[in-house]
Design a protein around this ligand. Structure first.
Ligand code: AMP
Ligand code: ZN
Length: 156
């Protein structure tokens, strides 16, 4: 469809004039988007683990983060460390003090858990799959701590 015919369509033109002529058109536009975002968080499996709605085998928790056993372990030790705040992926972390603190608490938790699981000295791997080509399947930021066997390189 040509842009010209789009604008000259009387029904569409009248709808656009009515819609954008309203005082609160901005909120009418933004509200469904905000609801969508809220729903995405509401449906997040890891948010449900944080709230306790879904059970997990927790190994560590503080004000900012929680860590639990992966349900489908890829090694003798396979723990997930997640922020309690719903952040989709590592590239969504910003420069705010809160995000800096979250990142610090996650890395601190990794160190504590590696010691707790007795893999710190032997060695272990931290993996953060990101987006489809990175193999991310759950869109709530999580650090995999994998250990207890020899790791290979390159990863699959
Ligand atoms: P990724 O594929 O990097 O997004 O990792 C998601 C991880 O979450 C996978 O290793 C899953 O086995 C794990 N996982 C999914 N659901 C649960 C759950 N309810 N409890 C624990 N781990 C889970
Ligand atoms: Zn979430």
């Amino acid at each position: 469809m040509k842009t010209g015919s789009f604008i000259h369509n009387p029904k569409l033109r009248s709808f656009l004039l009515k819609f954008f002529g309203q005082k609160n058109f901005f909120w009418k536009l933004i509200t469904p988007l905000l609801k969508l975002q809220k729903n995405m968080k509401g449906e997040c499996i890891f948010c449900k683990i944080v709230s306790g709605e879904i059970n997990s085998k927790k190994v560590y928790e503080n004000e900012k983060v929680v860590a639990f056993h992966d349900i489908n372990p890829q090694a003798p030790v396979h723990i997930l460390v997640i922020p309690k705040k719903h952040i989709e992926k590592i590239t969504d972390l910003g420069d705010s003090e809160e995000d800096k603190e979250i990142l610090y608490e996650i890395t601190k938790a990794c160190k504590i858990i590696a010691n707790q699981m007795k893999i710190a000295e032997r060695g272990f791997r931290i993996v953060v799959n990101t987006n489809p080509e990175g193999g991310q399947t759950v869109y709530h930021l999580h650090f995999h701590i994998i250990g207890g066997r020899q790791m290979r390189w390159p990863p699959g």
